[in-house]
Design a protein around this ligand. Structure first.
Ligand code: GLA
Length: 719
């Protein structure tokens, strides 16, 4: 990677991409190029010929109107560019027009430390370009961080008030990128509860396409990721761009095709009802966006995002550590448990070979259903006689570790916390708050609320031997209002900053506790949460057919080890479908593996099978933690699902194939990502073949019925 700045032309080179911009004669920072790697002299040629052609002469009186088609690095408001701006700065007199002109640049080591928010860490180099607004006293710094180990370019913007008067930021997107033509499709990850991250692709037409969350969390419905696919982009071929926010709050990503056909992509904090007061000397830092250009299809894009998130976002202490294989009691008992029931699960679980027992919702306060207790983080010792320690001791005696569920942001109206502090729940006096799952949300914009929850959760963690925490969040925000906030336009962003503060403090205070994120399943599965939690509960839907789709979609931009995947009982509690234990485990083993069932209800042969599944998972775990993903067959074709993982040194691989519709004839799967010249042994089939043969000719699979599956392991054959 290198960054050069010469005669106001800035060029960032990754392994396979170039990003370039320049300052034009009128002093504006213009976008020049983002795509396949080219030389610096080619960038100069591009700017002088093609880029420059768009430019009017700076002494042209009608110059500003040319902005409507010019590619910018950060769009500003009210000056002849009628596309969506990236920033709107409103002054004391209500005026909000801007002219952002180039001021200076510097290059620094490392990625910028974005205080209080998740951000890229470890290494890289950053180009910082400062723009000055001619009309408001603000400076805008555009950061561009490039890395040696992955082709991801991290961008964000910082907006600083250098004047005396307060200004209001009515919009502050993280970055703007401009694609020179309209030959793109927009792929986004849509969904719903139990159906998260379904890829949806559509052409970008003139106007604005937008994905967003207004829920205070990134959401089940929309994920803060978009990919822009050139025609012909498929899994391992073709060109695309990725846009991934390192942010978990209300966001938006827009793709706007202008009348000249070029496409502007931008995003960041959702600007609906946003308004941030920027006093004299204040600096507003926007969330980071991880951009990726791929000329190797979606596969190359996903592998770069996986490397980026593992090397630069997820906690280095945990990212490559073997994950605890857990058994969670939620689907085994729901709220209906006591010591005896838990002991039974624990004793049986030990025999299966799991590492950790996780006690889910219902252990605290007066919580026997979802109408009460949230916020009262004290053990319910009427339900758990002798307290939590009796359960923990049972685990320890049997050699298991213990994990516990919390929902730190939630509050039930029927709770001691609510009775003591009704005003801590989000809402406005006199307005009935919207309820969801019978619960409200705590006002995390307030420091005393965050501190209270920090103390309450810390107390439980200090007083008990707990090695795992599942941090849940079971509803969207609704009544966006804080009783103590002076400027309500700051509410949604301040809320997520409060969540980040608590996550930061808890994970720092308890470095030996493994934190798993969750939000009613996968409602906050994003790079922002991955900064604090190395893995996230992928979905409440554990049906092995539905999961093949959810995991496929999630793998487009998130690491496999980040997906928490459990085998649950059948008929499946979400879909009613029955799929064999073997297939359920095969699909779940493409992620951080575990179980979500009552082991005391298992037949002996299932217990033996589970024991083997766990041993098998542990044997292959390094491929899940450290390998690369190749997606071979999409479950969205309705016929089959196939994903493989290949070790970085290409010595080992794992293939999981699930037949979705039975076929009578033999089927061939062509593998990917192997070393052409190495000879691999496919253990389960007893076949030896070169990587080239396995990729070009493929592997024969015998006929499989609906939801039948195979798992194949490959290793380089010893010569
Ligand atoms: C959410 C989670 C589940 C479980 C329940 C408990 O739905 O996704 O795994 O923890 O909450 O209430």
């Amino acid at each position: 990677m290198n960054i050069t700045a010469n005669k106001n032309i800035f060029v960032i080179n990754g392994k396979r991409y170039t990003y370039a911009m320049y300052v034009n004669d009128a002093g504006y920072l213009q976008h020049a190029y983002y795509g396949k790697k080219i030389s610096v002299s080619d960038v100069h040629y591009y700017i002088n010929s093609i880029g420059g052609r768009l430019e009017p002469k700076s002494d042209d009186k009608n110059y500003d109107m040319a902005f409507d088609t010019m590619p910018t690095e950060y769009g500003f408001f009210a000056h002849g560019d009628y596309r969506e701006p990236s920033v709107i700065i409103e002054r004391k007199d209500g005026a909000a027009m801007s002219r952002l002109k180039y001021k200076s640049y510097c290059i620094t080591d490392g990625a910028p430390d974005v205080k209080g928010m998740p951000h890229a860490r470890n290494g890289g180099k950053t180009l910082r370009i400062t723009l000055a607004d001619e009309f408001s006293d603000t400076h805008i710094v555009l950061n561009y961080t490039a890395f040696d180990d992955c082709d991801v370019l991290v961008r964000n913007a910082e907006i600083k008030n250098i004047g005396k008067d307060t200004v209001i930021l009515k919009k502050a997107f993280s970055c703007c990128i401009e694609l020179p033509d309209d030959d793109y499709k927009f792929m986004r990850l849509c969904g719903a509860w139990a159906a998260e991250r379904t890829p949806v692709v559509s052409r970008i037409e003139q106007g604005i396409m937008k994905i967003q969350s207004l829920r205070g969390a990134s959401s089940h419905q929309s994920n803060p990721f978009g990919a822009f696919l050139r025609n012909g982009c498929v899994e391992e071929e073709g060109k695309c761009y990725g846009f991934q926010l390192v942010y978990s709050g209300s966001f938006s990503i827009t793709a706007e095709k202008g009348y000249n056909g070029a496409v502007r992509i931008q995003g960041g904090i959702n600007d609906t009802n946003f308004g941030w007061k920027l006093g004299c000397g204040d600096n507003f830092v926007t969330p980071q966006v991880a951009l990726c250009y791929s000329d190797g299809g979606l596969g190359f894009l996903s592998r770069n995002y996986e490397d980026f998130l593992r090397e630069h976002v997820i906690s280095p202490e945990y990212v490559y550590k073997p994950r605890p294989v857990v058994i969670n009691n939620w689907e085994a008992t729901y709220f209906d448990f006591d010591n005896e029931k838990l002991f039974e699960i624990i004793d049986e679980a030990v025999e299966l070979g799991v590492d950790t027992f996780v006690l889910d919702d219902g252990w605290f306060g007066k919580r026997n259903d979802d109408t009460s207790g949230l916020g009262d983080w004290r053990v319910n010792d009427k339900k758990l006689k002798g307290g939590l320690n009796t359960v923990i001791d049972r685990c320890k005696k049997r050699g298991l570790k213990f994990g516990l569920w919390f929902e730190p942001e939630a509050i039930s109206e029927d709770s001691d916390l609510y009775r003591a502090h009704p005003d801590w729940a989000i809402g406005k006096d006199g307005v009935a708050p919207a309820r969801w799952r019978n619960q409200l949300v705590l006002d995390f914009t307030r420091a005393e609320v965050v501190d209270y929850v920090l103390d309450a959760v810390s107390k439980i963690l200090c007083e008990h031997d707990i090695s795992y925490v599942k941090w849940d969040f079971n509803r969207s925000l609704s009544d966006f209002y804080s009783r103590t906030l002076d400027n309500q336009g700051e509410f949604a962003h301040r809320y997520i900053l409060g969540v980040c503060e608590l996550a930061e403090k808890l994970t720092k205070a308890f470095p030996n506790v493994f934190f798993e994120g969750c939000a009613g399943g996968g409602g906050r599965f994003d790079a922002g949460m991955l900064y604090y939690f190395p893995q996230i509960w992928t979905s409440d839907n554990t049906d092995a057919y539905e999961r093949s789709k959810i995991q496929w979609g999630t793998s487009l931009c998130y690491p496999m080890s980040a997906m928490s995947c459990h085998v649950s009982a059948c008929p499946n509690h979400q879909t009613g479908r029955t799929i064999s234990l073997y297939t359920r485990a095969n699909v779940a083993s493409l992620g951080a593996f575990g179980y979500e069932l009552d082991p005391s209800k298992l037949q002996d042969d299932d217990k033996c099978e589970i024991k083997k599944q766990i041993e098998n998972y542990k044997r292959n775990e390094s491929l899940i933690l450290k390998g690369d993903t190749y997606r071979l067959s999409s479950p969205f074709n309705g016929k089959e699902f196939c994903i493989m993982r290949v070790s970085k040194d290409k010595m080992r691989a794992l293939v999981v194939y699930e037949c979705l519709r039975g076929r009578r004839t033999e089927h061939i799967i062509k593998l990917c990502g192997l070393d052409e010249d190495k000879v691999y042994l496919v253990n389960e089939l007893g076949i030896s073949a070169s990587g080239s043969a396995l990729m070009k000719i493929g592997l024969p699979l015998t006929s499989l019925g609906d939801y039948e599956s195979v798992m194949l392991t490959l290793e380089v054959a010893l010569s």
